[in-house]
Design a protein around this ligand. Structure first.
Ligand code: ADE
Length: 230
């Protein structure tokens, strides 16, 4: 997979992209991620990428032209088709199913919005999908882009070492994850459930299923009925 991210704060990304599993995924060649400074694509001598909204009103709007030019330049470097995604609170809400769908794409280009928004012509003519990471407003699309990229890179084949860690995690089959414990078995007066140290793998497996179902019913009754454990 190739990911291109267009932003006016490209330096924000290194903290996330150059660490941990995403970094390893890049080193393993599972994903290539490029960040682009939108200001490199403006014709303005002050590298300005925003202007006042037509019709008046507060704030500034990111202009269509630098985004158009950035996309043109990036698409020239990409072999094959790409999906252009705008991060904004007006987009379709990200969930695990959506992340899974996106993880099947070969080329993704993310545009991070800012200020009062982006010129509507970006949405109308340049963008294929618009994604929100939740019903709250961030100062810009950068953190949202990192969340989206993180959620889909870890789904790429070969990125997570242990296949099982994908199978039984939260939201697989619309179930939250079962509780996990590790050493020491005895700490203060806080015991680990007996069954987990019993060595009986059938019992452990059914305990985990029950716990996952119980937790999902308690915490997320809004999730559609799970399919894994009818
Ligand atoms: N930009 C600002 N807020 C956002 C959100 N909730 N999701 C995606 N992009 C955003």
């Amino acid at each position: 997979m190739r990911v291109d991210i267009i932003s006016i704060f490209p330096k924000m990304f290194s903290a996330v992209l150059d660490e941990s599993i995403i970094k390893r995924a890049q080193l393993k060649g599972k994903v290539k991620i490029f960040t682009h400074d939108l200001r490199d694509y403006t014709l303005d001598k002050h590298r300005k990428v925003d202007d006042r909204p037509f019709g008046g009103g507060a704030g500034m709007v990111i202009q269509v032209e630098p985004i158009f030019r950035a996309l043109q330049a990036i698409k020239r470097k990409i072999k094959g088709k790409s999906k252009v995604i705008l991060l904004s609170p007006q987009g379709k809400r990200l969930d695990q199913a959506y992340a899974k769908k996106l993880s099947g794409c070969r080329n993704l280009i993310f545009i991070c919005g800012h200020y009062e928004g982006v010129d509507e012509r970006v949405r109308q003519h340049l963008v294929d999908e618009e994604i929100s990471i939740g019903d709250y407003v961030l100062t810009g699309g950068e953190l949202a882009a990192m969340v989206v990229v993180d959620s889909l890179v870890r789904l790429l084949p070969g990125v997570l070492g242990d296949k099982n860690s994908l199978n039984f995690e939260s939201f697989e089959g619309n179930l939250l994850e079962y509780p996990q414990y590790s050493r020491p078995a005895k700490f203060k007066n806080w015991p680990v459930p007996e069954v987990l140290v019993s060595g009986d793998h059938d019992k452990i497996s059914s305990w985990r299923k029950q716990e996952a179902i119980k937790r999902t019913k308690e915490r997320r009754p809004d999730l559609p009925p799970h399919q894994l454990y009818p």
